[in-house]
Design a protein around this ligand. Structure first.
Ligand SMILES: Cc1cc2nc3c(=O)[nH]c(=O)nc-3n(C[C@H](O)[C@H](O)[C@H](O)COP(=O)(O)O)c2cc1C
Length: 319
């Protein structure tokens, strides 16, 4: 019997919460921890299609790091961004040898270096190009193609229903909707009503995203919109237990220590010594809810040996 909550074409998804792709955060170590705690899908950090198609070995090594995943992370989607449909297609085709389960197209990045050149949220201004991207990729790729979008460029040009229909009509398999405009960036309030409208307008699965901060928000967002799953970004950093639907305050000290050790050891295995440096931003979030002396926090952020870091955390973490 298929016990999945929903499927993306033939990919069954076994849960209704998903870690959001986050540049600088959703690397293999963090994704795999979240996946083990209940995130139903792994989306990679976004990858520039230009980097994939150029034949520069150093650049390709960086790309390979961004799309590396553990087998237990499946289903895995590689997220790509670009403004050029043919280059996106070429990049996706090249990445097929790494066997992703789906390809996700970024229609939401608000960063000026991306949206300013018509990629990410910049594509929302050229819906005909979104149609071309989905037409071309769904015709040629052996895996489903999904989109992660915002509501529009700004409040004067909200075109989420048009974009959602375009993605669906051109073969898109799933839509994640971050319910903000590009102009809003990460501020203001996410418009959940817009997610509800998208759910009404399309028949492909919709994943709602934006302003999920606590466990209760997951079901609130689902009930308010009818979306199939909920995507969680910032609130999952330092709190992957949100995917288990456990409130952060209820996570026992031993479990916090277990996950810190696991996450850090994966980070070291994957990135080498630099893994500790990359782990620091996660560490500060894991530890943010504890009363620690400011000097101790500072020490933890500059410590150079992983064993010393863990020893100090174990000594000082009190319920
Ligand atoms: C540091 C950071 C990096 C992000 N990188 C990406 C990315 O690579 N691709 C993407 O589609 N969205 C990216 N986002 C947006 C998130 O996926 C998500 O849509 C947004 O943070 C709203 O969800 P939240 O309120 O749960 O954080 C990023 C967000 C943050 C904060």
């Amino acid at each position: 019997m298929d016990e999945s909550l929903f499927s993306v074409f033939k990919i069954p998804l076994l849960g209704d919460t998903i870690l959001a792709p986050m540049d600088g955060f959703s690397d293999m170590p963090f994704r795999s921890v979240c996946r083990e705690l209940g995130s139903a899908v792994s989306y990679t950090e976004f990858v520039n299609a230009i980097d994939v198609v150029q034949r520069n070995r150093g650049v390709m090594q960086r790309v390979a790091k961004r799309v590396a995943f553990l087998p237990q992370e499946r289903p895995v989607g590689f997220q790509l961004f670009d403004n050029d449909p043919d280059r996106l297609l070429e990049a996706a085709l090249r990445l097929m040898e790494r066997q992703p389960d789906f390809i996700d197209i970024n229609l939401g990045c608000s960063d000026r270096s991306v949206s300013g050149r018509g990629a990410g949220a910049g594509l929302l201004r050229t819906p005909e190009r979104i149609a071309e991207i989905f037409r071309k990729l769904t015709a040629r790729l052996p895996v489903p193609v999904s989109a992660k979008m915002r509501l529009g460029w700004d409040e004067a040009s909200l075109n989420y229903l048009e974009v959602a229909k375009i993605v669906e009509d051109n073969g898109g398999a799933l839509l994640a909707v971050h319910a903000r405009t590009k102009k809003q960036g990460y501020g203001g309030v996410a418009d959940w009503q817009a997610i509800a409208e998208v759910c009404q307008a399309v028949s492909i699965p919709v994943v709602g995203n934006g302003d999920v901060r606590r466990v209760a928000d997951i079901d609130r967002l689902k009930a308010a919109t009818g979306c199939q799953a909920v995507m969680i970004g910032r609130a999952a950093v330092g709190n992957p237990w949100i995917f288990q639907r456990v409130e952060r305050a209820d996570v026992p000290r031993e479990e916090v220590l277990r996950v810190i050790r696991l996450h850090l050891s994966r980070s070291l295995d994957f990135f080498g010594e630099y893994g500790l440096v990359l782990f620091r931003k996660h560490a500060s979030r894991y530890l943010s809810s504890y009363l620690l002396e400011p000097e101790l926090r500072q020490r933890l952020m500059i410590i150079e040996r992983a064993d010393d870091f863990i020893g100090l955390v174990e000594e000082n973490l009190k319920e």
